[in-house]
Design a protein around this ligand. Structure first.
Ligand code: PLP
Length: 442
């Protein structure tokens, strides 16, 4: 019964079909540290390679430890299938390369993680794939950027630093009119937001963040919503409708539903073509580490979100804070989207402009005692960083402004410590940021 539960707390522990290890009855998911799997006979081996039968072949493509994680994340996102990969960056790369080839383009939101901007603007360009950026403040900008070579839309649910919730339904409706799938990076809002319920076709995660949750493991995944018809417009999605000569001429959009009875062509193609050819699997050891994090992720998200709400209240009243950035503080349609798309919390990310610009911002970060100064989000511990000089430093001044990174902006990822201790650390650092430095006094 627990397997059918829609409650994240139960899915995180019991989701998928793992109950205990078939060989030993071990309850905790074992780490299957193997590269290969013994075939029953030559016919069995041939069937697996021909996809006539599904089963384990080689750990670059699948592994039973990863399989448990994949089924649980798919269930949490209300998706049908999931493929784990070695990092969130690999997940974003696979998501695009699974639908685009040289000469194609895709339309991406301007509100993106800096690493994704680099991937899209520079590395994919060198592979002949063009990104077209659209400002999500008007969803119609996505439609304006489409041509006959546009294969997907891409965006983040809760992009930092601006923390403007993305108009998922509005943009996915536009995409579906043109048979263009919306791919959502839901790294910053697992459990509290389910993009597949709002029209997205695919969700990607950096599992490194809230799902792993302890700052110990890098990983990523792609979740196939099973809600997009890849064959509806063959010209729009050639990679799913033209014969794939690397797989005996398979047309992925047709063959996968026939073989599996499910509309999971995106996930199957990512696994059997991209993991096969590009590599980048998640190691089973790391999948195991992420499974430990996932078991408590729903509880941690509650604490992250409730702490963040208290921090926002405190920051808004502090005299050395110029501005607080949080999803619910945006006015109008952007703020309304938080209510429309989120439930159970509004996220752990909080932005602040410290009064006094860059220098005060730096002083604030250096005065923090409990917060860690790191380039990560979603750790159980509270974290802080100055994006303009770190995570977003490779962007041009125009790209920085488009992403909402002003010089004095500090990003906080609120952890699960006691809220009084988080606020006490922020208070003493903010008080220090307003004091003249020793150099200025002398
Ligand atoms: N997507 C988002 C929103 C991120 O914040 C990050 C990393 O910070 C990534 C993707 C990349 O993830 P990873 O560091 O696991 O490669």
């Amino acid at each position: 019964m627990s397997k059918q539960s829609k409650n994240p707390e139960t899915i995180a522990l019991h989701g998928g079909d793992y109950r205990s290890d078939p060989a030993t009855t071990a309850v905790a998911v074992p780490i299957y540290r193997t590269t290969s799997y013994q075939f029953n006979n030559t016919g069995h081996a041939a069937n697996l390679f021909a996809l006539k039968e599904f089963g384990n072949i080689y750990t670059r493509i699948m592994n039973p430890t990863n399989d448990v994680l994949e089924k649980r994340v798919a269930a949490l996102e209300n998706g049908l299938a999931c493929v784990t990969v070695g990092s969130g960056q690999a997940a974003s790369t696979f998501a695009i390369v699974n639908v685009c080839q040289a000469g194609d383009n895709f339309v991406s939101s301007t509100d993106l993680y800096g690493g994704t901007v680099n991937l899209f603007t520079h590395t994919l360009k060198k592979l002949g794939i063009e990104v077209r950026y659209a400002d999500p403040s008007d969803p119609k900008n996505f439609e304006k950027a489409i041509d006959e070579k546009t294969r997907c839309f891409y965006a983040e649910t809760l992009p930092n630093p601006a923390l403007r919730v993305f108009p998922m339904k509005e943009v996915s409706d536009i995409g579906r009119k043109h048979n263009i799938p919306l791919i959502m990076d839901n790294t910053a809002a697992p459990i509290i937001c389910k993009p597949l319920d709002h029209g997205a076709a695919v969700v990607v995660h950096s599992l490194t963040k809230f799902i792993g949750g302890h700052g110990t493991v890098i990983g990523g995944c792609l979740v196939d919503g099973g809600n997009f018809d890849w064959t509806a417009d063959p010209k729009r999605q050639p990679l799913f409708n033209e014969p794939d000569m690397s797989y005996g001429g398979a047309k992925w959009g047709e063959v996968v539903p026939q073989l599996t009875g499910a509309n999971v062509s995106f996930a199957v193609r990512a696994r059997v073509c991209l993991l096969r050819d590009l590599g980048a699997p998640l190691s089973p050891d790391n999948a195991w580490g992420i499974i430990q994090g996932l078991e408590t992720a729903p509880l941690r998200m509650q604490q992250h979100c409730s702490n963040a709400t208290k921090v926002v209240d405190f920051l808004q009243k502090h005299k050395n804070v110029e501005r607080v950035i949080y999803p619910t503080l945006h006015k109008g349609a952007i703020g309304d989207r938080t209510k429309k798309y989120f439930s159970g919390g509004n996220g752990a990310l909080v932005g602040i402009e410290v009064k006094g610009g860059v220098e005060a911002g730096k002083k604030f970060i250096e005065a923090l005692k409990m917060f860690y100064h790191v380039a990560n989000i979603g750790d159980a511990r509270s974290l802080a960083i100055h994006p303009a000089t770190t995570t977003h430093s490779q962007l041009t001044p125009e790209e920085l402004l488009a992403a909402g990174v002003t010089p004095g902006y500090v990003r906080l990822s609120i952890g699960i410590e006691h809220p009084d201790d988080i606020i006490a650390d922020l208070k003493q650092a903010l008080d220090a940021s307003g004091k003249p430095s020793l150099k200025a006094v002398s």
